[in-house]
Design a protein around this ligand. Structure first.
Ligand SMILES: [Zn+2]
Length: 334
């Protein structure tokens, strides 16, 4: 396999994919390319997906002093503002949110929703989660009683002497420390072939959208089936997803927020992969960061992020509906 030239590799891969499709019924996530080829010029329908919802809170503020805010509420607020801006600024484009209230929707349902509505673009809004360090402080003391036994004397005079000792021991309260990490990043799904072009987020502690608790989605990310279908997805939608991801980060940077860049990941972004359209996932900020949590929960913060994303989408529309040359200018360089 390694020694094959590229076209042969591709042929092998195609056979492999066809073989997999014919032999298994498990590729529910692989919808075969439909009539809407990516080369279609017009951006007609945008699906905006506020992450999580209903019984799925997403990440919840848990550091000491946190607002205890929930990701599902933050991203709904941002998404509704984004939808309103897009509907106002691009009246000829249909902008459809996957949810407009606190409803439970699995990622599988969201992907189906996007495909059923013939989306040309899928924009997922999320907020980052990070594992937090635990600290402790002394909030009081309690008495700890211990008994010490010793024997004095010898032979028949040997006596057992028990002494009681009372020691003060501290009572500790444990709590979580907020993270220092703040800022916005955008994720796209990239399979092996193109992954060297985008920073790979292999060891980062960021959240990915695997939607624990949704047992309907069991993907073995090491399986050849997954890799093959991820590769097909990348070949079809990488350029546009990457274009929009960069535009979003540019607009975010203009607001003064830390621009954490565009990242790729093959694992965990099931929902991007399952949508047959260019797709990005924006990690708007860190719920576990003191400043970011307040920013993400503020009207101004939500509006600022929504406007930045909307400007990026409008530029994206202009670029894909303009000449292809414009779009290819932003193809990443090694
Ligand atoms: Zn999330």
């Amino acid at each position: 396999m390694m020694l094959l030239k590229y076209p042969e590799m591709l042929t092998k891969l195609s056979f492999r994919v066809i073989f997999i499709i014919l032999t298994t019924g498990t590729l529910f996530f692989l919808q075969l390319p439909n009539a809407r080829a990516q080369s279609a010029k017009k951006l007609k329908t945008i699906i905006v997906d506020p992450g999580h919802g209903g019984t799925a809170d997403g990440t919840v503020g848990q550091y000491k002093g946190s607002l205890k805010s929930k990701e599902k509420d933050i991203v709904l607020g941002i998404s509704l503002k984004l939808v309103a801006i897009l509907q106002r600024e691009m009246p000829d484009v249909k902008t459809i949110p996957t949810r407009t209230n606190d409803t439970t929707m699995s990622v599988k349902e969201k992907a189906k929703f996007a495909n059923d509505h013939n989306g040309d673009l899928f924009v997922c809004i999320h907020a980052d989660a990070v594992p937090l360090k635990t600290a402790s402080k002394i909030v009081g003391y309690r008495n700890k009683v211990t008994y010490h036994t010793k024997y004095v004397g010898k032979g028949a005079n040997k006596k057992k002497v028990v002494t009681k000792q009372v020691k003060k021991v501290p009572i500790k309260e444990y709590y979580k420390l907020p993270t220092d990490r703040k800022g916005t990043s955008t994720l796209i799904l990239v399979a092996r072939q193109t992954e060297d072009k985008v920073k790979a987020m292999e060891n980062a502690e960021m959240e990915f959208i695997t939607e624990e608790g949704d047992s309907s989605i069991q993907v073995n990310y090491d399986s050849p089936e997954w890799k093959a279908s991820a590769l097909l997805y990348s070949q079809k939608y990488f350029r546009r997803s990457y274009l929009l991801a960069n535009l979003v980060q540019e607009e975010i940077a203009k607001t003064g927020r830390p621009n954490l860049g565009v990242w790729q990941r093959a694992e965990g972004l099931w929902v991007l992969h399952a949508t047959q359209m260019p797709a990005i996932l924006i990690e708007t900020g860190f719920v576990q960061n003191y400043d970011d949590e307040r920013y993400l929960n503020s009207e101004n913060g939500q509006q600022e992020i929504a406007e930045a994303i909307a400007k990026a989408i409008i530029k994206y529309r202009d670029q894909i509906e303009g000449s292809d040359k414009t779009a290819s200018n932003v193809t990443p360089q090694k």
